[in-house]
Design a protein around this ligand. Structure first.
Ligand code: ADP
Ligand code: MG
Length: 237
């Protein structure tokens, strides 16, 4: 039985610059089911990242704004339109029920904190665990994403890790709250091909464990062919 996680209906996101308004996302609709991977492909500038940031309600305002449509999040408690919940309530969804990983890990990882502290902070924020429990959970997550010497990585700063390792820390952080939905915006584009392959396998494994829905954004059709159950093609929004 398919269970709907997310329904995006007629979504419009506009940027307004010097009185001119550009529809970066122009009336797109799709659904995401439990355990499913949908791919979003499209040329650079077609609106893929704006789509994913809209789902997280992370569009910088000004100049951007969601000006139309609905983003319906389904769970056991019912259906919520993420476009209309207050910001405070949105924080219950963002990072918790819907997590995101980016192409560039340094946009998610803060250079001045250790990797362990950053993942712990995400866990403490959303799960109300003690410091000791959060540390144990963080180390367990680092093991799960196959980081070598998790204790050492826990105490390392992001710049001390390789690109692939940083990406694994970011995935660990995204997985820390067992999100229903993972949005991955070109998560492996900056990595070499072998590292890319292991990261993608890792994401698929984690998906199976948690029956997660994944929105996978890429311009790499080979990757999409391997991962996605369905594909959306974006063109000029
Ligand atoms: P991509 O498909 O490469 O991820 P984006 O979603 O990042 O493309 O961008 C789509 C379009 O949205 C851009 O071409 C640009 O016109 C507009 N856009 C995105 N971010 C901003 C911003 N911060 N300010 C103004 N316009 C933006
Ligand atoms: Mg992009």
């Amino acid at each position: 039985m398919t269970e709907i996680l997310l329904e995006v209906k007629n979504l419009v996101t506009e940027f307004s610059i010097e009185g001119e308004s550009v529809k970066a996302v122009n009336n797109i609709s799709f659904t995401l089911n439990k355990g499913e991977t949908i791919g979003i492909v499209g040329e650079s500038g077609s609106g893929k990242s704006v789509t994913s940031l809209s789902m997280m309600r992370l569009i910088p305002n000004p100049p951007g704004k969601i000006t139309g449509g609905e983003i319906l999040f389904h769970d056991s408690q019912g259906v919520v339109n993420l476009c209309s919940v207050p910001e405070k309530e949105m924080q219950k969804y963002r990072g918790n029920k819907i997590a995101m990983i980016f192409q560039e890990p340094m946009t998610s990882l803060n250079p001045v904190f250790t990797c362990g502290d950053q993942v712990m902070e995400a866990i403490i924020l959303h799960q109300k665990l003690s410091k000791k429990e959060s540390k144990e959970k963080t180390i367990a997550l680092f093991q799960q994403v196959l980081l070598p010497r998790p204790e050492a990585i826990f105490n390392s700063y992001p710049h001390q890790l390789s690109g692939g390792q940083k990406q694994r820390v970011m995935i660990a952080m995204a997985m820390s709250c067992q999100p229903a939905i993972l949005i991955a915006d070109e998560p492996t584009t900056a990595l070499d091909v072998t590292v890319q392959k292991t990261i993608l396998e890792l994401m698929q494994e984690l998906q199976l464990k948690n029956n997660m829905g994944i929105v996978f954004i890429t311009h790499d059709l080979g990757v999409i062919a391997e991962l996605a159950d369905r594909v959306l093609v974006m063109h000029k929004g």
